[in-house]
Design a protein around this ligand. Structure first.
Ligand SMILES: Nc1ncnc2c1ncn2[C@@H]1O[C@H](COP(=O)(O)OP(=O)(O)O)[C@@H](O)[C@H]1O
Ligand SMILES: [Mg+2]
Length: 451
């Protein structure tokens, strides 16, 4: 059940129906008790009138006459039949119906059946002067239930109607209150719905009740984050466009130059330059693609199990020719045993490529680059050390930003490599730090949870 209104209303309806049922029961019981009490009073009065008319004459005979008033008091217009029975203490029937059942307790009315019909019966004991042994006589009076039932129903209905009206009134008021209470939420919903697809302006928390304001605050915070994120994306796109535009303009110029050139040697030279520029743009484009893939939430997270030693060795082998050409001493110090890590295999490989590429690119010819891979407790440790210029301490945080390059860097590049490294390492739950290497260059340390 997802609608708050339906939920609250159904709870209320449930409660009200419960209240009405309890009401029904209680008012029925009360009405029954009252009408029984009234009937019992009449039965007692009738029995007493009969008993008081029982006399013993001089010869010792008991004379019983039923006074009409004893029966008339039941004449309430409901055509009730009245039965009576007068008996001596030793069980002689003086008058009335011999088979009339008697109430178990004296003076207390009781519901029973007589001749297949429900009746209320009451037995009264009464002393009669002059009777043998001065004993009591018992007078039992029974009456059919028409009057009793009708009285009970009248009492019950009027009571129940009153309470029902009250309960329904309470329900109505509660429903109105609920509608009023929900109105601000509905207004908030309408406000959110009415927003344009690009509107991220914060909303006024005062339009809803205090309990709901944290929700509006949370929404506003969320929209602010989205807004910042969108601004970052816009900056990124415009930076990327800028980065692409420069080499593309260069390519265009180089193409024109090559087209105009008639000297085959010079033409080859121009075409070579053109090819280099194209490579540069291609590399930039692929770095952009890698970065967008490394971004948190851009790909389904993968849990590949890869061997960091094997990965490092492979990357190293792929760069060996370049290192050889520049007479850089490229070395690997790694355990023989595999070191397993978990994560996106392609991205982790890309991370290693970017770090080794930087070390080789920024280290002068005849320099030295060492890749170290080892286990450190529950971590896999990857270190790449060079003896190039290093990165000055104040710039170490910034180099991880997209497109950031240390001023004066002449080697070609886009400033995306370390941004990719950081995204990948973060995504794998690791950490990357930059330090001074012993030989004066840069020491990059990547710490990843070992699988
Ligand atoms: N091993 C290194 N030695 C010296 N400087 C480095 C090294 N690695 C990175 N840098 C500096 O950090 C900057 C950012 O690196 P990176 O994000 O990989 O971008 P790019 O290599 O495309 O310039 C580089 O421009 C360079 O100035
Ligand atoms: Mg780089």
């Amino acid at each position: 059940m997802s609608s708050l209104r339906v939920q609250l209303l159904s709870w209320m309806a449930f409660t009200l129906v419960g209240a009405i049922c309890v009401n029904l029961y209680i008012s029925f019981q009360t009405a029954s008790a009252t009408s029984d009490l009234i009937t019992d009073r009449t039965l007692t009065a009738s029995a007493r009138v009969i008993a008081e008319d029982v006399m013993v004459d001089e010869s010792g005979n008991v004379r019983v006459e039923i006074p009409p008033s004893a029966l008339e008091m039941f004449d309430t217009g409901h055509r009730d039949r009245v039965y009576y029975q007068v008996m001596t203490a030793w069980g002689n029937l003086l008058t009335g119906f011999p088979d009339l059942p008697r109430s178990v307790a004296p003076d207390v009315g009781e519901d029973t059946l007589f001749r297949g019909e429900p009746v209320r019966v009451l037995t009264l004991f009464h002393p009669v002067v002059g009777l043998r042994d001065e004993s009591d006589i018992s007078v039992t009076v029974a009456v059919t239930q028409n009057g009793n039932t009708s009285l009970r129903n009248r009492l019950w209905l009027s009571d129940f109607t009153k309470q029902l009206v009250l309960v329904l009134l309470a329900g109505l008021v509660a429903t109105l209150g609920l509608q009023r209470g929900l109105a601000p939420i509905l207004r908030l919903r309408d406000l959110v719905r009415a927003r344009g697809s690009t509107s991220l302006e914060p909303m006024e928390p005062e339009i809803v009740q205090t309990e709901l304001r944290p929700l509006v605050h949370a929404l506003n915070d969320h929209m602010e984050r989205v807004q910042n994120q969108m601004a970052a994306q816009r900056r990124f796109v415009s930076n990327a466009a800028h980065q692409l535009r420069t080499p593309l303009a260069l390519i265009s110029t180089q193409a024109s130059v090559a087209a105009r050139e008639t000297d085959p040697d010079k033409r080859d030279e121009a075409l070579q330059a053109l090819r280099n520029s194209t490579k540069q743009v291609t590399r930039l484009a692929s770095q952009l693609l890698t970065l967008s893939r490394a971004e948190p939430g851009s790909r389904r997270p993968r849990k590949d199990r890869i061997d960091l030693v094997a990965t490092g060795r492979l990357v190293l082998e792929n760069h060996a020719e370049y290192a050889l050409r520049r007479a850089i001493d490229l070395g690997l110090e790694a355990d023989d045993a595999p070191i397993w890590i978990e994560g996106d295999g392609t991205m982790l490989r890309e991370m290693v490529v970017n770090l080794l590429d930087n070390a080789l690119r920024y280290t002068p010819d005849q320099g030295m680059v060492t890749m170290r891979i080892q286990r450190d407790g529950t971590y896999a440790l990857l270190q790449i050390e060079d003896n190039g210029p290093g990165i000055p301490e104040p710039e170490r945080a910034q180099v991880f930003e997209r497109f950031y390059r240390v001023i004066g860097t002449t080697a070609e590049g886009s400033g995306l490599g370390l941004a990719i490294v950081r995204d990948v390492v973060d995504g794998a739950g690791g950490r990357v730090t930059l330090e001074d290497a012993l030989g004066g260059g840069l020491l990059v340390t990547v710490r990843l949870p070992a699988a």
